[in-house]
Design a protein around this ligand. Sequence first.
Ligand code: AGP
Length: 613
Amino acid sequence: MCGIVGYTGSKEAFTVLIDGLKKLEYRGYDSAGIALQNDGRLEVAKAAGSIADLERKTRGKFEPVTVGIGHTRWATHGRPTDDNAHPHISCCENFAVVHNGIIENHLALRARLRDEESHRFRSQTDTEVLAHLIEEYYDGDLLLAVRQAVSRVEGSYAMVALSAKEPGRLVCARKDSPLVIGLGEGENFVASDIPALLAHTRKTYILEDGEFASLTPAGVVVTDARGARIDKQLFEVKWDAVAAEKGGYAHFMLKEIMEQPVAVRETLRQRIDAAAGKVTLDELAFTPDEIRNLEKIYIVACGTAYHAGLVGKFAIEKLVGLPVEVDLASEYRYREPLLQKGKHLVIVISQSGETADTLAAMRLSRESGVKVLAVTNVVGSSVSREADQVLFTWAGPEVAVASTKAYLTQLIALYLIALYLGDIRGAVAPALAAELVRGLRALPDQLGLVLAAERLEELRAYAARLARWEDAFFLGRNLDYAVAMEGSLKLKEISYIHAEAYAAGELKHGTLALITEGIPVIALATQQAVLEKTLSNVQEVNARGGSVFAVTQEGHREVARQVDAIFYLPPVHDLLAPVLTAVPLQLIAYYAAAARNCSVDKPRNLAKSVTVE
Ligand code: AGP
């Protein structure tokens, strides 16, 4: 959730840090700060609020120095205040630290530093203990002091330390929270995420857990906890700098919705053998026996990724013939799942690859000896590096907090996995597999039809009406219910309209009491097998005066007679319909939020990557 930027080189550090932090704003934060190294002393400025507030507070205040660290904080321990903002400094003011993660034993460390070593704390944060520990251990080598300090820490950290005593040097450490080194000519960078580096370099090292890095303008040395040097593999970033910008759209979210045809095409690329009508996942290294011996699959994730898992359940059960249990990671990790090594497979889904609960669920699964297959959008993410197998979604950087293209590509990845496993197990009829492969290949163009300008106007018009309400309901059965869950989350998380998703058959068991005159109800009716049942639920809503907006396939013209407004999708195999159904729901949420002047890309209280519990 927090953002880190560090710089050592010949440019003005203040500008490099501020510009870098701005590229990380999407991660969600509520305070910001920087520390600069200036001729044997540290200059620190912090501000609760935005980076712009920090700029206003500091512009012109600092001499043009060339080494520093910066941070944007999303409050966990301690409210967003100037004192709680990072960087945190030691008593002697010779050491400054920025940190992402949670130091779980910070209270014990704080008590000991305060009571036995007489350290004075300025903040309520867990992070500050690092600055005082480094001061305690420092004996002329900042890297050694950092290694000793983090050896006392239980928890997660991506941290960068700066000392007034070592000109030009930054020292970094990483455990369970991402940190990337940017390699320049006569300058070097560190950041918590790649977009902060793209203006300067595409050459990076992805720090692994337990690794340390010492940066000077002349070079970068990566070592392990014992100080042994590590030869890191260079990771060349392919993202175009513009790719992380808005590209002309009003919001990242709309840009990312419109990128979905490309994102789906990229995620399908080189994974389909069209001639054979099969899926080829060469990046997976399961043995056929490992797949044939499976008796059950778990899908574990949070939020939108969890909703993708609900769709994946249908695909895998239908195409692989194995029972699938879908779990919220925050529930799964504490309910002692009955995992059986060799018989169960756990699929974790995470766009960021850094979600704390999902990471913990993955680690719990692996500790039981069960293989974990990760579906993630971020190369170098913790999930991608710790899972047994990884199937990347190629959605490109998703900046808006509300996940859209990542969700669609997660669905694609799950269809690919289902067809891949089903083929190896001989569970899917070749004719059905070929039909679905054709259907998958058609999706990018069909998405393009759904995203046509005139279709957007239909949705904008409905959203303008919806925006005047404070409550809304999403209904669906089977796959439509899974997508209704996602549509409900989209609407509430960016427009702040209270929305609930209901299995349409459940209405009469309670929720129907809330259906009053005019209340907006979005009914998903794309599944032929349950279409009549869904329409009877729509009639229950109509009879109570509810106003129904239906999403259905072109062939279901009978739906129109039953509803106040309707959005037709191109004809698609029912199993693949969620890929198309989700898009009008994303756009309705987007336009409703824009109509209500909400902060579409950065909704209140939310962050793009929930890296703490
Ligand atoms: C969805 O719009 C939200 N941004 C949120 O629910 C998100 O999907 C969830 O936090 C999981 O994130 P992850 O995919 O990065 O693990």
